[in-house]
Design a protein. Structure first.
Length: 102
């Protein structure tokens, strides 16, 4: 992890923007009836593939987002250790990694 705190925040903002744009398909799904959903995405294999790609992208972006948040937490604590406190004080209890079950 050689990025600066600002660089990590920039990357997080980009991932958040990509997630925002990808959400548009999910909002479209919300407005559909089940019959419209089946007609659009499962009438042809192309529709199902488009839906799969969007859902996969949403999952991948969410994983990237969570990893960046964890990296920002680590970088922030490292900065605290270097500037305000003795190096003997450890802040491991301030870093809380997410537990994923996938």
């Amino acid at each position: 992890m050689s990025d600066t705190l600002g660089g990590l925040v920039d990357k997080l903002q980009i991932v958040n923007l990509k997630m925002w744009n990808n959400q548009e398909l999910l909002y479209e799904l919300r407005r559909m009836s089940f019959d419209e959903f089946k007609e659009k995405y499962f009438k042809t294999e192309d529709g199902a593939e488009k839906l799969w790609a969007c859902l996969k992208k949403a999952c991948d972006l969410n994983i990237q987002r969570n990893e960046l948040i964890d990296d920002i937490d680590v970088k922030f604590v490292q900065g605290l250790e270097l500037t305000q406190y003795d190096n003997d004080d450890k802040f491991d209890n301030l870093i809380q990694r997410k537990h994923k079950t996938y």
